[in-house]
Design a protein around this ligand. Structure first.
Ligand SMILES: Nc1ncnc2c1ncn2[C@@H]1O[C@H](COP(=O)(O)OP(=O)(O)O)[C@@H](O)[C@H]1O
Ligand SMILES: Nc1ccn([C@@H]2O[C@H](COP(=O)(O)OP(=O)(O)O)[C@@H](O)[C@H]2O)c(=O)n1
Length: 420
């Protein structure tokens, strides 16, 4: 099986390979070709020192592939932490959606017995594809890959520099791997996981029990206001105040009925985790449709959170790598109930950290990452603001609750004064 999948990686001449040497710089791109080609500075820096190989986890189905990729990362990180540098790598076909296959690029300097052992063990595994790289004395860069061709154990390729694609390759797989634009697509992922994650059945049952909500179910009798923002921007504080002030019903996404499943799905790779949160929005939508017929509804996080976090996590590296403004990836799902208003609470990085430190609650792994990773936080904030139809109105949430909260200079309304 792995050999067949390996062919998918190597025999396709139009495939481009990418190695990310740091979060802040442009990845290194190259192709594998049958004829020698001149290198460039980037390849020289990559091949400059030590031993190199790349590893891709491959399986026939997407659930196995996603879980195996996460497993491989855990193994490589645990086994090789001190001995080698683990870089993110990927292979893709430019402009071809869902062609991205993620992997790792390993760089190690000395002759390391555990590196040799791990690489040999990986080669023997059915679902791992390993490429070795070296620089020849004549200066050519060579990649050696196993093959499944009769009479041929391995094949040599010349590593050839490639120009960066116009859109960052991690955007190729977002649709239906990180963000789901119809309920049936997220539903399908959890259906495919039923055997490996039994909790999926219970989640699907909860989804099935909800009455079907058409996007026009919210007929506007009572307003539905969604409050969005990064952790500790004051969503819970504001939603509670609004609930009291407006006599509104308070809902959240994911809904309470899914709360105890979250730790289970938070531990899964993005494909499964994001499908879980996507389905949560549809359960919340059914609750919104029900409640908004007799009262105003305030919702603590909804679709904007699901999409913004998913896109910011899926897109590696710099903020510029995010899908551009107007990309179809920021569209609202065609079958998800729309709120009347979405407010995005925005606080400065300093104020947010101050609030987090006062709160002292347990934080999810992702939130810990947010705290140390300003770049990721900026990407989430930018993705929030690019989501369209409905777009969110940015609210300056820096003032304390007893001060007025207005919109940011580019915002469009003075939303609420003295919400306490
Ligand atoms: N406007 C505000 N000014 C100062 N502190 C605030 C404000 N809003 C919330 N807080 C405090 O910041 C922390 C995070 O607020 P919370 O409402 O739980 O945020 P979220 O729900 O967005 O994670 C809490 O300790 C809360 O008391
Ligand atoms: N509607 C939602 C809500 C949360 N989420 C995910 O859940 C995480 C934050 O949810 P949370 O409930 O811990 O956040 P707070 O409301 O505590 O700030 C984000 O990192 C998202 O990945 C989502 O995908 N969709």
């Amino acid at each position: 099986m792995a050999n067949r999948l390996m062919s998918r990686l190597t025999q396709c001449c139009s495939r481009v390979f990418m190695v990310e040497t740091s979060q802040m710089t442009e990845p290194i791109y190259f192709t594998l070709s049958a004829t020698p080609a001149a290198g460039n500075e980037q390849l020289a820096s990559l091949f400059g020192s030590g031993n190199l190989c790349s590893v891709y986890a491959l399986a026939d189905d997407r659930i196995q592939s996603a879980r195996f990729h996460a497993h491989l990362k855990r193994c490589l990180t645990a086994e090789l932490q001190s001995e080698c540098e683990l870089l993110h790598a990927a292979s893709f076909i430019p402009d071809v959606k869902n062609s991205l296959i993620r992997g790792f690029f390993l760089q190690w300097n000395s002759v390391s017995s555990s590196m040799e052992r791990v690489v040999t063990e990986l080669r023997q595994k059915g679902s791992v594809c390993v490429f070795s790289y070296r620089r020849e004395e004549n200066g050519e860069y060579i990649c050696v890959a196993d093959t499944d061709q009769p009479g041929e154990r391995e094949r040599r390729y010349y590593v050839t520099p490639s120009t960066p694609p116009s859109l960052h390759p991690s955007t190729l797989n977002i649709r239906n791997s990180d963000v789901f634009y119809q309920m049936k697509d997220a539903y399908k992922v959890l259906q495919e996981c039923r055997d490996v994650i039994p909790e999926s059945k219970a989640v699907l049952k909860l989804v099935d029990e909800q009455p079907l909500v058409s996007i026009s179910s919210h007929n506007g009798r009572f307003p539905v206001i969604v409050i969005e923002g990064l952790d500790a921007t004051g969503k819970t504080t504001l939603t509670c105040s609004l609930q009291k002030a407006l006599g509104a019903v308070l809902l959240k996404s994911p809904p309470q009925v899914l709360a105890h499943f979250r730790p289970r799905f938070d531990a899964e790779p993005p494909l499964i985790r994001r499908a879980f949160y996507a389905l949560g929005n549809y359960i919340t939508a059914a609750q919104i449709a029900r409640e908004s017929s007799h009262a105003s509804v305030i919702v603590d996080r909804y679709w904007h959170s699901t999409a913004a976090y998913a896109i910011a996590t899926a897109v590696s590296g710099r903020e510029e790598n995010l899908p551009p403004v107007g990309s179809e990836l920021y569209e609202w799902p065609s079958d998800l109930l729309k709120p009347s208003l979405v407010l995005l609470l925005s606080v400065s990085a300093e104020e947010r950290l101050r609030r987090l430190s006062h709160r002292g609650l347990d934080k999810t792994e992702e939130e810990n990452q947010l705290e140390i990773n300003h770049l990721f936080r900026r990407k989430v904030a930018t993705a929030y603001k690019r989501i369209q139809n409905p777009a969110c109105i940015v609210v300056d949430a820096n003032p304390s609750p007893d001060q007025s909260i207005g919109t940011e200079p580019n915002g469009s309304c003075e939303f609420i004064n003295h919400f306490n």
